[in-house]
Design a protein around this ligand. Structure first.
Ligand SMILES: [Zn+2]
Ligand SMILES: [Zn+2]
Ligand SMILES: [Zn+2]
Length: 131
């Protein structure tokens, strides 16, 4: 069993019937073994692989902080380079990732991610430590 197959067997988002596409359950076209389409493969990766999930979360949140609505400076902003350091967006795991950033994991499901500005992320991380 490959790593992703082991993960899929426990993933709440995946198709658990054992038939058809591992993501949506549609019948598999000839020569496809796991996913019915690239779209389903993409959705799997965007919910399980951190660098892709992070990007997907920002897109979903329309590139703004979910708490305060802050938006990072545009590239065309003359202060862009300076402001970017303190005003960039980060993506927070609602349920903590605990070092799983580099592995394929259900902790990166899009529902577990929220886009935050640096300030809100700091508040959030401080809160998590206290808990
Ligand atoms: Zn599918
Ligand atoms: Zn914020
Ligand atoms: Zn999953």
């Amino acid at each position: 069993m490959t790593k992703s197959a082991a993960l899929l067997s426990q993933c709440v988002l995946a198709n658990q019937t054992g038939d058809g596409c591992a993501w949506c359950g549609s019948p598999l076209p000839k020569r496809r073994r796991t996913w019915c389409s690239d779209r389903c493969a993409d959705r799997f990766w965007h919910n399980h692989w951190w660098s892709l999930a992070r990007r997907a979360a920002k897109r979903r949140d329309k590139y703004a902080c979910r708490r305060c609505g802050h938006k990072p400076p545009k590239r065309t902003d003359p202060q862009y380079r300076k402001r970017r350091k303190t005003e960039r967006l980060e993506v927070n795991h609602i349920e903590q990732a605990r070092g799983a950033h580099r592995s394929l994991s259900c902790i990166h499901h899009l529902v577990n991610l929220e886009t935050l500005c640096v300030a809100c992320h700091k508040d959030e991380t401080a809160g998590q430590r206290q808990r």
